[in-house]
Design a protein around this ligand. Sequence first.
Ligand code: NAD
Ligand code: GLY
Length: 358
Amino acid sequence: MKTLEVDLGERSYPIYIGQNLLAQAELFLPYFDSTQVMVITNETIAPLYLEQFLSALSKQQTQAVILPDGEKYKTLEVTNRIFSALLEQRFDRKATLVALGGGVVGDMTGFAAACYQRGIAFIQVPTTLLAQVDSSVGGKTGVNHLLGKNMIGAFYQPRCVLADTETLNTLEDRQLSAGIAEVIKYGLIVDYEFLVWLEQNMEALMARDHQALMFAIERSCMNKATVVAQDEKESGKRALLNLGHTFGHAIETGMGYGELLHGEAIAIGMVMAADLSQRQGWICPADKDRIVQLLQRANLPVEPPKSLSAEKFLELMAVDKKVMAGQLRLVLLQALGQAVVTANFDSVMLKQTLQWHA
Ligand code: NAD
Ligand code: GLY
């Protein structure tokens, strides 16, 4: 097992990465303040892992809430079911929530923990690659609104993150690829050496080679933890973690939540960010090709949907959280492994990127 630390002063917490961690109660029991523990999961993950997890918690007064599966259920209405269960069970301020699932369950559970009685403890037990390398780390929690992705939420850190790599064995190939999109993101924004490693090891990752997965998860979490420790609430550097997200979130909202997987939308968004960076003259065509080829080797889409016009993109992108005083800011690439958040891009070139299929 590997242990990393998210260094946030009194809110610091460990990330445990390894095999069969779900059964190791001694890892997570120290993070519960009382015997009141509520596990939040969904109808796909429950039959696979809930029983195993609950049996490790046999001494707790454990309850489970099983939510419907899908990005379209990442809403305030569905989160309310968690509040109802907590109130019905008379769970108090010492209760702990456990997010057992992918990023959807993790984001909703964290948000519920931030709100219930103005904040109770929670731990993250991510079961998708995407959640193990990204969403479970760093304390961004929230739900979608019809008008914008992840627009309702809170920064709220978990007590610990427990990434059991065994759970990835049951993940569908398409979901594995979606997670690899966020892994590639770290290489592109801050870690050129990792990007080269990914170019050399993509087949091993796609084949779920254990050593390759462990290395990729650890390196991704290390990169994320470093950025989050420097800028927890995204007043600066953390926005780099949103490479491809302004385009990607517009695609997710515009297509309807769940049409494309989040990681797939981010893959397309990263190619669009690379395209604009190349038009700006910051990266060369060969750099953009390297990005496209790497994403394609991970079976990820690399072109925006034909149904989204440039005008629709601009309308949706105007709701982005990086918009400041009405001005759109984007994460672009100055080089491979070196991203920048900037409003300093040519709007005509942006339009050319958005008119992809013209
Ligand atoms: P997800 O939570 O929808 O999970 C993907 C699918 O895999 C679901 O059908 C789920 O039921 C299933 N699943 C989960 N674990 C499984 C397992 N071990 N075996 C078999 N099936 C399993 O999607 P995701 O890709 O994990 O997360 C995407 C969400 O994360 C989006 O809502 C996105 O906005 C959010 N996100 C948040 C952050 C953050 O910093 N908070 C960062 C990135 C993404
Ligand atoms: N996924 C972006 C962030 O955590 O900041």
